[in-house]
Structure formats: structure tokens, C-alpha cells
Design a protein around this ligand. Structure first.
Ligand code: SAM
Length: 227
């Protein structure tokens, strides 16, 4: 049996009994579904808590979350959006993923945990709801220069794009200078932390100017000629 409360305490994450219960249900349902389909890479229950739940919650360290609108691009099995929603019920969360089975899973979790959120199936670059969100997040979806093009167009001016990255982030940052410039993003902060001796980083990008409407381009173009 995983001692979930101890894991959260280790990272100084304070939860109410209801929130802890929600994380326990989330882990159980994720493990059940993972037996039938590949939602996340196979891992121990303890890893689900550390590498997915705690990692997702690290955003709390860089900004105060309350009732902002948050779009999670390529949310997969819900990371980081769902753990953040469990902690901050007032957040207005939209998750987008191009895989139908993952969207079905996210809808199921939202129903089971009674979380009010919006799940959208499709590729983000095919959506038109531009400059609409206070915060856009992405974790383990693409390299930063590509993510800038996929995510920054959806952030309001004055809002933030938060990218969850690993230890090789500096190279990705260097390669994103042009994209940031073109799309109206500016690095505001870089928050380093570690989970189980793995170096992690949150790159906080502020949207300081409007993005030209033609972005994001079609994915074939985004990949072939990254900004
Ligand atoms: N963010 C989750 C996490 O950290 O565990 C999932 C990561 S998973 C490796 C990447 C996910 O992004 C997949 O579920 C994939 O379907 C989705 N994805 C990739 N490109 C996308 C795009 N352009 N629009 C929407 N979803 C995308």
C-alpha cells in the first residue's frame, strides 16, 4: 500500500482529506485503465504519485492559482491539469488531446471525481479559440520551440505559458529565442526542482504581445520548419 499522504508531505503539499481521497481514486482508476490501454508508461503506484501528481502540482510554487482559465495542451492522462484542478476547484480547466482514448479517460475521471472541466478531442493547432486563456500548460508534448507555436497563440496578453521540462532545458530555451520573439512571449522565470533525484524545471513564459493570427500553422509546417 502506498502511503500517499506521506509522499505529498515530503514535498510539502498540503491536502484536505477530500483532496487526498480524490488523488487515491485518480491513481486507482488510472491503474485500472492502464491494464486495458496504454495511457501512461507502465510504472509503480508510488511513481504515479511522485512523477505525475507531485510533479504536476509544482506549478503552485510559481504562481497563485485560483479562478484563472487554464488550457492544458496534450494532457494525456491529465497531467498537469487534473492534479491542479483537484487542488484548486475554482480553476476553469480545458484539456486538449489528439488521442480519443485519453479524452474518454479524462471525461471518466472528471465524472468520477465530480470535477467540472472541459475535455476537447483534437490537435491544438486545429482550434481557433485564440488568446482566450490566462494560463496554458504543456508537459512532455514537444520541444520548446514547437510548443511555443502550439501554445502561445492561445494565451491572453498578460497571461502565461508554463512548460514542464527536464534537465536539458537550456538547449531548448536557446533554440526558442526566435519563436518567443515572433509569438509575443518573454521568459519570466525558471523554477528548478527535483523529483526522486530527477532534475525538473518549470519555464514560465509571459505573453507580452499579441501573436500574429496565422500561428499556429499546420502541424506538418510546424515540424518541417520550426520557428
Ligand atoms: N501531458 C501528459 C503528461 O505529462 O503525462 C501527456 C504526455 S504524452 C507523452 C503527449 C500527449 O500529447 C499525447 O497524449 C498526445 O496525444 C498529445 N499530443 C501531442 N501533440 C498534440 C497536439 N498537437 N494537440 C493535442 N494533443 C497532442
Amino acid at each position: 500500500m502506498v502511503e500517499a499522504d506521506k509522499i505529498f508531505q515530503e514535498y510539502n503539499v498540503k491536502l484536505s482529506p477530500k483532496q487526498l481521497q480524490n488523488f487515491q481514486s485518480y491513481a486507482r482508476i488510472l491503474e485500472e485503465w492502464n491494464k486495458k490501454m496504454n495511457l501512461t508508461a507502465p510504472q509503480s503506484t508510488e511513481s504515479i504519485y511522485r512523477k505525475h501528481f507531485v510533479d504536476s502540482l509544482m506549478m503552485d510554487r510559481v504562481m497563485e492559482l485560483n479562478t484563472q482559465s487554464l488550457l492544458d495542451v496534450g494532457s494525456g492522462a491529465g497531467f498537469p491539469a487534473l492534479p491542479l484542478k483537484i487542488l484548486h476547484l475554482g480553476l476553469r480547466v480545458t484539456v486538449v488531446d489528439s488521442t480519443k482514448k485519453r479524452i474518454r479517460f479524462l471525461e471518466h475521471i472528471a465524472k468520477e471525481l465530480q470535477l467540472d472541466m472541459h475535455a476537447v478531442h483534437g490537435r491544438i493547432e486545429e482550434h481557433d479559440q485564440k488568446e482566450d486563456f490566462d494560463i496554458v500548460t504543456a508537459r512532455a508534448v514537444a520541444s520548446l520551440n514547437i510548443l511555443c507555436e502550439l501554445c502561445l497563440p492561445f494565451v491572453k496578453v498578460g497571461g502565461y505559458f508554463i512548460a514542464y521540462k527536464g534537465k536539458n532545458f537550456q538547449k531548448e530555451l536557446d533554440e526558442s529565442a526566435h519563436a518567443l520573439d515572433l509569438l509575443g512571449g518573454k521568459i519570466k522565470d525558471i523554477y528548478r526542482y527535483s523529483i526522486d533525484d530527477t532534475d525538473r524545471v518549470l519555464i514560465m513564459i509571459e505573453k507580452t504581445a499579441s501573436t500574429p493570427y496565422k500561428y499556429p500553422r499546420k502541424f506538418s509546417q510546424v515540424k518541417k520548419t520550426p520557428l
